[in-house]
Design a protein around this ligand. Structure first.
Ligand SMILES: *Cc1c(COP(=O)(O)O)cnc(C)c1O
Length: 388
């Protein structure tokens, strides 16, 4: 395969119309030349589109591009990131199985593991990222899957993917990594022995806050199980959303370069600010797992956290003083976005539970956008001053 940038632009399902940009295939089903061709396609004897719940040229193009980027064999695209998280677990596990997961997980993934899967007899145990070298003791005889997120949301903790690949192989576990924060441009978990890579394509892959989408990618034999599950349970992505996401992939590399460049400049600028208890960014040498971030990521990503002195009230005053940066739950957008996890995304957790995943009351998550870094910086600086 060619370089990331080239594949993301040049992989294309060109039709007989010789179009330059891919069209949107708004069709529920596809036609057959004969009864025999219909029979053979349903029997998987010959390839071809049958019905858009199974596959559609737009979702196939999206999957081909992301597989090239991640170094995975096959995949499926789903209507949202959560459909991908759910599908990757539900398709591969059964009643009585157990999941070992990192405690710092996306909020809805936490709900899946603690409220949804237990209804079907699939249980899970959390391990602390700060202690992952001691996770041996958390493996049970029925543990079948290791589910990780790195960098984590919003604590930006990093797990050693090389360690994770070896740990999963030693215990015969299916290793699933939610690669949403890093994107395949910055990190390819499959290189380190990850079996299944999942994405919320809603974030950086779209990158402009327009559509929802998700991806499950991995080895062919596992993807066969996942495809069976999704074909018959129906979390398919719409052709329109898949089309938006394939076009977005064409600019992912240049966008990520700028997100990372802006984020690093802002993190460096605010580090040591007397109004802050800390600035966290994977590519700052002060990050506790800086060496790991350097080892497995091409750059530090677009998310930084700032911890304001003065706790919850100060954090809320700070947000109210921002003039440009948006207050909204999304991330990975061209527009800079601020979130206060303790009062929003992680408000259902107790103070102790939040502390265990690195969320203090003064913590602000900043998704650094593509505006000029000086304008982002000025907005944050002004709000820090005015919230005193
Ligand atoms: C947003 C997000 C998800 C869920 O994706 P949706 O597209 O919102 O369903 C899962 N994991 C992480 C890390 C996310 O940031």
């Amino acid at each position: 395969m060619s370089h990331f940038e080239t594949d993301a632009i040049r992989i294309q399902n060109r039709s007989n119309e010789r179009e330059h940009s891919s069209p949107i295939y708004l069709t529920s089903s596809f036609t057959f030349e004969s009864a025999e061709e219909a029979r053979a396609m349903f029997a998987d004897e010959i390839p071809g589109n049958i019905y858009s719940r199974y596959a559609n040229p737009n979702s196939s193009e999206l999957i081909a591009k992301v597989c090239a980027a991640e170094g995975t064999e096959d995949g499926i695209a789903t209507a949202s990131g959560m459909a991908a998280m759910f599908g990757s677990i539900a398709a591969l596990l059964q009643q009585g199985d157990h999941i070992l997961a990192s405690r710092s997980l996306f909020g809805s993934t936490h709900q899946l593991l603690t409220r949804v899967f237990p209804k079907w007899g699939i249980t899970s145990t959390y391990g602390d990222i700060s202690d992952y070298l001691n996770w041996e003791k958390l493996v049970q005889p029925n543990t079948k899957m290791l589910f990780l997120e790195t960098p984590s949301n919003p604590g930006l903790e990093i797990i050693d993917l090389e360690w994770a690949g070896k740990f999963a192989a030693a215990h015969n576990l299916i290793l699933v990594v939610d690669n949403c924060f890093a994107t395949p441009y910055l990190q390819q978990p499959a290189k380190w022995g990850t079996h299944i890579v999942t994405h919320s394509a809603t974030k950086y892959i779209d990158g402009q806050g327009r559509v929802l989408g998700g991806l499950i990618l991995g080895k062919q034999e596992l993807m066969k199980e996942v495809q069976f599950f999704t074909r018959h349970t129906g979390p398919s992505i719409s052709p329109f959303n898949a089309w938006v996401l394939t076009k977005s992939l064409e600019t992912l590399a240049v966008r990520m370069d700028r997100h990372c460049e802006n984020a690093l400049k802002i993190a460096q600028y605010f580090e040591g600010n007397p109004e802050l208890d800390g600035v966290k960014y994977p590519f700052l040498p002060s990050h506790p797992q800086h060496h790991l971030a350097k080892k497995q990521m091409k750059a530090g990503g677009g998310i930084i956290t700032l911890t304001l002195k003065g706790g919850l009230a100060r954090a809320q005053r700070f947000i109210d003083q921002l003039e440009m940066i948006s207050i909204t739950p999304n991330l990975g957008d061209s527009r800079s976005i601020v979130t206060h996890p303790a009062s929003t995304t992680h408000s259902k957790l107790s103070t102790e539970e939040r502390a265990r995943v690195g969320i203090s009351d003064g913590l602000i998550r900043l998704s650094v956008g593509l505006e000029h870094h000086e304008d982002i910086l000025r907005d944050v600086e002004r709000a820090i001053e005015k919230s005193k």
